[in-house]
Ligand binder design. Structure first.
Ligand SMILES: Nc1ncnc2c1ncn2[C@@H]1O[C@H](COP(=O)(O)OP(=O)(O)O)[C@@H](O)[C@H]1O
Ligand SMILES: O=C(O)[C@@H](CO)OP(=O)(O)O
Length: 445
């Protein structure tokens, strides 16, 4: 079969959508939540309706409104009260829960208000009650509850520095947890001994419960010392607001208490279950790729590192396939995913997927027929309206024709504008789910 760039891009997009569809909030919640024989089953936990007091449904994260919608459909009139905090544009109509939208990835005033309301709602719970949480990535930025002495502006500035320095989400959330009254398990301090059960859609490498949305219902394995180490490592210690520095120093000296740790009695009635992961999405993408006639290989669901470096490795494997039919015979499709980082040096507009695609285009200029799609499964890449971008063996040629220099767009972290000019953005709109980023690499004759 003869493949054109257009047909390869179409196939890549179809594979991406299949992956995303497999981790829709509805599917993930339906698999893990049921009402059966007078009991609510969530993950491996079961709560008899007769013995349970009030039932609260809460949610935080980009997928939380859609997750709560599915939970409402199952639990219907059994929910007594609820509140969901999601990112602007990620709402779906809810019947039982109040819905509040807030800023992401930089927290804002609406996030502060919403988090205050969330904490006030769950403080109505008590022994015998059940608090059901729908948690997904994005939850950290959406729930700013700064500790005393730290302002929202301090948190915003700290977040901006952390997002720009190339730190991993594990490192970023270690700091966030230690500046917060809700993150790092502290949500559970407010439920007065009620049962807490969380369904969690994972958007972090390794599916670490204490990292996704800063683990508000999970014991925190990190410390104030780790925060200082991270900030020193990325040379941010002198740049962050003084109030943040002082708070961390007080934590290190023991004047301020640590976040609750795994095994703390606070978590005796708390259960956390992963409801969907990137690995599920990649399996569905793999199935679609095979159906489309490609020899298919999932490389990894744990790709991390600087986006431009990851691009070099993916392109090297794609070119190996093109030249030597290794590790797959053509027509081939390589699938991968994870979360890269971008150390921002320029002032342009972009995201880590578009940055990866731009670097890939440079690496593919000496290849014959390779297409790469890199996109965020949440439908947003960086502070833009695109999910990601396509790069292919001919991108450099086309860019030169219209006078665009890839190197200068890359140096300015201006990948969004580059791919917009070229017409190679992947625009999906909010997908309502969030399991990190996916790369689909198609190699044809
Ligand atoms: N101009 C840019 N080029 C590349 N990456 C960028 C740019 N601006 C911001 N970013 C990256 O975008 C990330 C935030 O984007 P977002 O897609 O919202 O992340 P997430 O899906 O993890 O919430 C930050 O980690 C930041 O490094
Ligand atoms: O909320 C968070 O802490 C992170 C990880 O879960 O999500 P996002 O990268 O989407 O902001």
């Amino acid at each position: 079969m003869e493949y054109s760039y257009e047909s390869m891009k179409k196939a890549a997009l179809k594979i991406f959508y299949k992956g995303v569809a497999a981790v829709s909030p509805e599917i993930c919640v339906r698999k893990n939540l049921a009402l059966k024989n007078g009991s609510i089953k969530i993950g491996k936990s079961s709560f008899s309706l007769e013995e349970t007091g009030k039932i609260y449904l809460v949610g935080v994260g980009k997928a939380s409104a859609a997750m709560a919608g599915e939970a409402e459909a199952t639990l219907a009139d059994h929910i007594d009260d609820g509140l969901v905090i999601t990112k602007y544009g990620h709402s779906v109509p809810l019947k039982k829960c109040r819905l509040m939208e807030a800023g992401h990835p930089i927290p804002d005033e609406n996030g502060v208000k919403a988090t205050c309301e969330l904490l006030s709602l769950i403080s109505c719970a008590g022994p015998g009650d059940l608090v059901i949480c729908m948690i997904s990535g994005g939850g950290s930025a959406l729930t700013p509850a700064p500790v005393e002495g730290i302002s929202l502006a301090d948190k915003q500035e700290t977040t901006r520095h952390l997002l720009a320095c190339g730190a991993t989400i594990h490192e970023i959330n270690t700091v966030r947890k230690h500046l917060s009254l809700i993150k790092g398990g502290q949500f559970c301090k407010n439920v007065n001994g009620a049962n807490v059960v969380s369904l969690i859609l994972s958007d972090v490498i390794g599916d670490d419960l204490d990292i996704i949305a800063s683990g508000m219902t999970v014991g925190d394995g990190s410390t104030f010392n780790d925060c200082r180490d991270t900030l020193l490592h990325y040379r941010l210690w002198e740049k962050i607001p003084i109030a943040v520095r002082q708070h961390i120093e007080s934590g290190i000296s023991g004047t301020i208490r640590e976040t609750p740790k795994p095994g703390d009695a606070l978590f005796a009635n708390v259960h956390n279950y992963i409801s969907g992961t990137l690995s599920h999405a990649l399996s569905a993408a793999e199935e679609e790729s095979v159906k489309s006639g490609f020899n298919t290989l999932v490389l990894s669901s744990m790709i991390q590192g600087e986006a431009t470096e990851v691009a070099k490795v993916l392109c090297a494997i794609a070119k190996e396939t093109e030249l030597w039919d290794r590790p797959l015979k053509r027509p081939a499709c390589l699938l991968s995913g994870g979360e890269t980082t971008v150390t921002l040096k320029g002032t342009g507009k972009g995201g880590r997927n578009m940055e990866l695609a731009l670097a890939a285009a440079i690496n593919l200029q000496d290849s014959k027929k390779i297409v790469i799609l890199s996109a965020g499964t949440d439908g947003t890449d960086g502070p833009t309206d695109a999910a990601g971008a396509f790069a292919d063996s001919s991108t450099v040629k086309h860019a030169k024709k219209i006078g665009l220099s890839l190197e200068s767009y890359l140096a300015d972290n201006n990948s969004y504008i580059f791919f917009k000019e070229l017409g190679d953005l992947v625009v999906t709109g909010p997908t309502m789910t969030n399991v990190m980023d996916m790369q689909i690499v198609i190699i044809c004759d």
